[in-house]
Design a protein around this ligand. Sequence first.
Ligand SMILES: Cc1cc2nc3c(=O)[nH]c(=O)nc-3n(C[C@H](O)[C@H](O)[C@H](O)COP(=O)(O)O)c2cc1C
Length: 333
Amino acid sequence: MKSVKIGEIVLKNPVALSPMAGVSSLPFRVICNGMGACYSPTELVSARSIRFNGVDKSYRYMRISPEEEGITAIQLFGSEPEDFEAAIETIMETPVLNKVSIIDINMGCPVPKVVKTGSGSALMEDPVRASNIVKACKKTLEGLRVKIPVTVKTRTGFKAGDNGKPDFAKALADAGCDMICVHGRTRPQMYQGESSVRAIAVMREAVRDYVIPFFANGDICDVDSARKVIEQTGCDGIMIGRAARGNPWIFEQVTAGLAGKEIPACPYSGERKKMLIRELEGRLKYLPEETAVREFRSVMPFYIKGLPGGNQIKVRLVNAKSFDEVKEILDAD
Ligand SMILES: Cc1cc2nc3c(=O)[nH]c(=O)nc-3n(C[C@H](O)[C@H](O)[C@H](O)COP(=O)(O)O)c2cc1C
């Protein structure tokens, strides 16, 4: 695997966690990085909300820990360059957040609430605005005299039938974007159907002459699918999303496989339960117990997926109300 640089940041390997709302908690990101992910961005946070409400409301979503995580990335979404400028200024005035390594811009979110405001994947239909957002972020960071790269995560199209947006990728690169990651689905596909390696390759090709790294994303679930995407798109790196939920071991497996090393065995049930508890303990450090357990209900089933008796454990876990109850359910099995 060749070494990849985002701006001046050298990645230890080309395999990152893909940002996922409700999943990419700080403890999970620390776990994934410990398992081999080169970095793990936060979930999307509204630039406008930071601009007008400050960081308090969104702090829990963009909480970073450079000491534990290594390379950190905060993902912002929005549609107004001014919102990004103000959000970045606020982030850079906030202790710890101002140690962030990368600012990532979401230009792929398909959720109607986000698209309606001209943010997320809607920006694919407005390359001038998208470029202005990248330029505004770069200019703000330069003005603050910090060398923080600005990256973009996007999709292969806004409309059904779009087969990659080469001009959009070029516009981002021309605007000074330091890395582009493309998920091989269009907005209407949401997370359904196949991620198109071919459409990703079209966008990769469009920015081949630029020095910036290009990442591919979508349906990577093991060493073979990782290899296939890298070979067929010529990308420099990959992001893994859903397959990492409750399965951070995927990073040690994929990084070993890509490096030509022996692939570590899948974890046994005790290890998986221990990891579930570790993530929950991490969430409890900054959330009230009731909130932490309730929010973790959607994630816990992924940790026990496929285990003997997993279905019965799942039914009980998704109703659990406290840390002790979660522990009891897991210990009883
Ligand atoms: C529950 C969930 C939440 C997501 N939240 C975000 C997000 O906050 N920001 C983002 O850029 N992408 C988000 N995504 C998209 C993923 O990062 C990724 O692009 C997509 O799932 C395809 O990759 P995969 O097949 O490896 O999961 C989310 C996906 C899921 C399933």
